[in-house]
Design a protein around this ligand. Structure first.
Ligand code: MLT
Length: 411
């Protein structure tokens, strides 16, 4: 008799974005002619940068000829891409990494989930609230969540509240935790941490022998000074932080899939008997066992974003999305709503009008205007009373959505 992982039974029936999709599908059935504008899930809309397309076309030609064909590549990624990542994303910011500390993967979402595999089940996990739902879901699936308390939270997860009053900046946990998920610029609030704010977390992790899993999927959107693009810009972080970065939001790879995870060799984990182990070694073992590498063609495409033209092209696309976010910020602020984020991030986080509950707001907005947002509650209890828009749609659709919103608000 095959037993199932019963932790899955503890999960909500649908993952947040699936649930939203189901609701949109129901709406489509009821209103087949509605022209839906999606400012919900952060899926990019601009085509790939030309440099990426050309590099992938060349890679396909290589794959079509016997002399240049490639089969399995290195499980951890090709050095041509790893070297560029180290040079452009790290050395340029004063961070030195060796190639065996960078692991190419097929998306940061996969790594965010998979990384839990190399850590003991009894670790206490800390997540900020609100936050990207995969961290909590992964803790539940991995058997680390405990039971649901009277406050409808998981007993073994430490929720680090981020409040509007404190500018959505997370406060250090009072309880001692072992693994901390941080996502900055934050999904969903769009808020970025300054070097000083992030340093508090690095110091906490070192002091408590904890490990930070730092999700930097939106790093390419940082525009303000004094905002670290990588956690390794903070002294000591190489001893305690794993950083996950993605090409999805940076260069339009949501459909292609490519990301990387940095696991510095200085990070130490412990056995029950206090024996020290390099986490890098465990991650390498996991990747080489369970993964056969991201496709050569896709890695060539990712490499191309570091060329001179590639950099220019992807930065133009990011500017385009950030301009959409600025439009959302401007329009909704002018309606008197409280608006956060959207400056160092494509995500704009907004307080619902009339103190409306997030899901009710989501439904009303959808049914009255055919505009899709993500209800804040989907990112955690502290997100209730807020909703998220992204700047990833086209300029025309963003403007049209704002027009409908303004009209809906009677202005
Ligand atoms: C989001 O909208 O939060 C993201 O697109 C989700 C993801 O990257 O998986």
């Amino acid at each position: 008799m095959a037993l199932v992982n019963e932790n899955y039974l503890k999960l909500p029936e649908y993952y947040l974005f699936n649930e939203i999709e189901q609701k949109i599908n129901t709406f489509k059935v009821l209103h087949p002619d509605a022209s839906i504008i999606r400012l919900g899930q952060g899926d990019v809309s601009r085509p790939l940068p030309e440099a990426v397309v050309t590099a992938m076309q060349n890679a396909i030609v290589e794959m079509s000829e016997a002399s240049t064909f490639r089969g399995y590549g290195p499980e951890v990624g090709y050095n041509f891409l790893i070297d560029k990542i180290i040079k452009f994303d790290y050395q340029s910011r004063g961070v030195n990494l060796s190639p065996d500390e960078v692991f190419i993967s097929d998306g940061s979402k996969s790594d965010v989930g998979n990384i839990g595999h190399i850590f003991g089940r009894d670790n206490i996990i800390a997540i900020t609230d609100p936050v990207y739902p995969v961290y909590e879901n992964a803790a539940i699936m991995g058997g680390r969540s405990g039971y649901v308390t009277e406050d409808a939270i998981w007993s073994n997860i430490v929720y680090v509240p981020c409040s509007e009053k404190e500018g959505w900046v997370p406060r250090l946990p009072k309880a001692k935790v072992d693994i901390i998920y941080l996502c900055y610029p934050n999904n969903p609030t769009g808020i970025a941490l300054t070097k000083e704010q992030l340093k508090m977390w690095v110091d906490y992790a070192i002091e408590n022998k904890a490990i930070i899993i730092y999700d930097g999927a939106y790093a390419a959107y940082i525009r303000e000074d004094n905002i670290p693009h990588s956690i390794y810009e903070i002294k000591g972080a190489k001893k305690c932080a794993i950083e996950i970065r993605s090409f999805s939001k940076t260069a339009g790879f949501t459909g292609l899939r490519c990301s990387y995870t940095v696991v510095p060799k200085d990070i130490i984990g412990y056995t029950m008997y206090g024996e020290c182990l390099r986490v890098n070694q465990l991650w390498n073992r996991r990747i080489t066992t369970y993964y056969n590498g991201t496709s050569y063609i896709v890695q060539r495409g990712a490499e191309a974003i570091y060329s001179k033209e590639g950099q220019k092209q992807y930065k133009e696309i990011i500017d385009y999305y950030l301009e959409n976010s600025a439009i959302i910020r401007r329009e909704l602020s002018s309606l008197g709503l409280d608006v956060y984020g959207g400056i160092n991030s494509p995500n704009v986080w907004i307080k619902t009008p009339y103190k409306m509950n997030s899901w009710r707001f989501f439904e009303e907005l959808l049914y009255d205007t055919a505009v899709v947002c993500i209800p804040g509650d989907g990112f955690g209890h502290k997100g209730d009373g807020f909703f998220r828009f992204t700047g990833f749609n086209s300029r025309e659709n963003t403007e049209e959505a704002m027009h409908r919103f303004r009209k809906w608000m009677g202005q």
